[in-house]
Design a protein around this ligand. Sequence first.
Ligand SMILES: [Zn+2]
Length: 225
Amino acid sequence: MHPAIVAAALDALAVLVPVSCAGCGSDDRGLCSACRSQLVPTLVEQRLDGGLSVMSALPYDGVARRSILALKEQGRTDLARPLGRPLAVAVAAAVAAMDATIEVVIVPASGRSYRRRGYDPVRLLARRAGVPIARVGLRAGRGLATQKTLDREGRMANVVGSMHATRRLSGRRFLLLDDVVTTGSTLVEAARALRSAGAEVVGCVTLAYTPSRLLGLSTETAQRQ
Ligand SMILES: [Zn+2]
């Protein structure tokens, strides 16, 4: 089934079946207003190894973390809408200094995660954020599914060479989009794959960043309101 149809069906289901707030568990539809107010973006920009910049909207903890996990692991596609708002702010901030030739591309999910979920949470977030996504044939192969259990070096070793673009992208310029930046290894690999297809990668945006990783990752961290 087309992912948009699956997402629409799951959204409709969330309206029919009462769900509890993904942030605090209270009896509410999706996300209660107190928890929604925790999703006000506080933009953080950091630099990954190799100089790639990443703009993120929220620290990956509390309500944001629980909501993202529910979206990714519990089929709570209704949360893509409230989470799409802070993402839209981060994308707008990242593209503000860029020209109109920039295209946004999402970091691909592995085929295995896509089959398990039946939808791609990052694509859904982008749609709810109103961010048009370029289809460039970026594919994720092996690795990826086991990233969670690995340390920084292990993640990079696991992910290097795991992605490829199925077409030439010479002369095109991209901003990479993902849900959470932890070590940044997945973003670095996606950028490598795009560049090896001839593209330029101008930066990245993620909905959330892992706060404990921030100091170790960045030499030019700038916290902005
Ligand atoms: Zn709540």
